[in-house]
Design a protein around this ligand. Structure first.
Ligand SMILES: [Zn+2]
Ligand SMILES: [Zn+2]
Ligand SMILES: [Zn+2]
Length: 283
């Protein structure tokens, strides 16, 4: 399995669109790994997780063409993850020249995503080259060679936000952002499932608060519980992901700005790496 991060920031990106904070000013000058697009990822080259407003610039800078995409899964409907109007550009042959026998793109998500997709495109989306399926939580579904399970998390109630367990040829990825520490039901569901890659929300960075999002302290707590529950192997890769300038900035005495270099120095002894735009993890 090959996981490619297209973007790794929270909603306002890093540096923030309109932000004058000390971290954003530094990041704006630094470029490289300090520039973060809105979050999303591609598994292998055919499964996409979320469709952010930065998919266009992300795929262009990484040399990816989305014509190979077969599936898109959505975590929730916040605007940094769900840009439904961009999907229209899959329409052939007006916006995309594709072989006539090309399969439709299959899109999956929760009830809120369904409501918004059908509100824009109606129930028959075939003229745009895709279809939509509502997927209920805790019920694995098959998409080609993938087995995918949506898992409910607390992020933006009453919307039922999902994290995803994705299995491909025996390799298991838990993709979990825009969530606080998982619910007991989520931890129970995952009990005993050996995970190869775990990607965790770290929006709050330095903060120890962990409702709706997580900081690094909460990432450690999730790792601890997953370990107790038999989900972690010697070579499981843990990745902190989905960063906000407000979490990366050192606001408290004794803290340092969590640039890529500083975060890695702090996190590696705990067995974590930091996501960055273009990071590829292979298992
Ligand atoms: Zn988000
Ligand atoms: Zn800022
Ligand atoms: Zn969100």
């Amino acid at each position: 399995m090959k996981l490619t991060y297209l973007g790794t920031a929270a909603a306002e990106a890093v540096p923030g669109l309109f932000c004058e904070c000390s971290f954003c000013q530094k990041a704006r000058k630094a470029g490289g790994k300090e520039w973060r697009r809105r979050s999303g990822a591609i598994v292998n080259d055919d499964l996409m997780i979320d469709f952010s407003p930065d998919v266009y610039t992300g795929t262009r800078s990484l040399g990816i063409c989305l014509s190979k995409l077969k599936y898109v899964i959505f975590t929730h409907s916040h605007s940094d993850h769900f840009t439904p109007y961009e999907l229209e550009f899959r329409t052939a042959p007006v916006y995309a020249v594709l072989p006539a026998e090309k399969e439709k793109l299959h899109i999956y998500g929760n009830k809120k995503i369904e409501e918004k997709m059908t509100g824009i495109y109606g129930t028959d989306m075939s003229r745009c080259g895709f279809d939509f399926t509502f997927v209920p939580p805790y019920q694995p579904f098959t998409a080609g060679e993938y087995t995918i399970t949506p898992i409910s998390v607390i992020h933006c109630p009453p919307e039922d936000a999902y994290i995803y367990l994705i299995e491909h040829k025996g390799v298991k990825l838990l993709y979990a952002n825009d969530t606080g520490i998982f619910t007991d039901a989520a931890f129970d569901y995952l009990k005993g499932i050996k995970l190869d890659i775990v990607s965790l929300d770290c929006t709050l960075g330095h903060s120890k608060y962990y409702t709706g999002h997580m900081g690094f302290t909460a990432n450690l707590k999730v790792k601890e519980i997953l370990t107790e529950n038999g989900c972690v192997k010697d070579d499981t890769v843990f990745i902190s992901h989905h960063f906000s300038h407000n979490g990366l900035r050192a606001d408290e005495p004794g803290d340092v700005d969590w640039t890529y270099e500083n975060f890695m120095k702090m996190a590696e002894p705990h067995g974590f790496i930091m996501s960055y735009d273009g990071l590829v993890v292979e298992k």
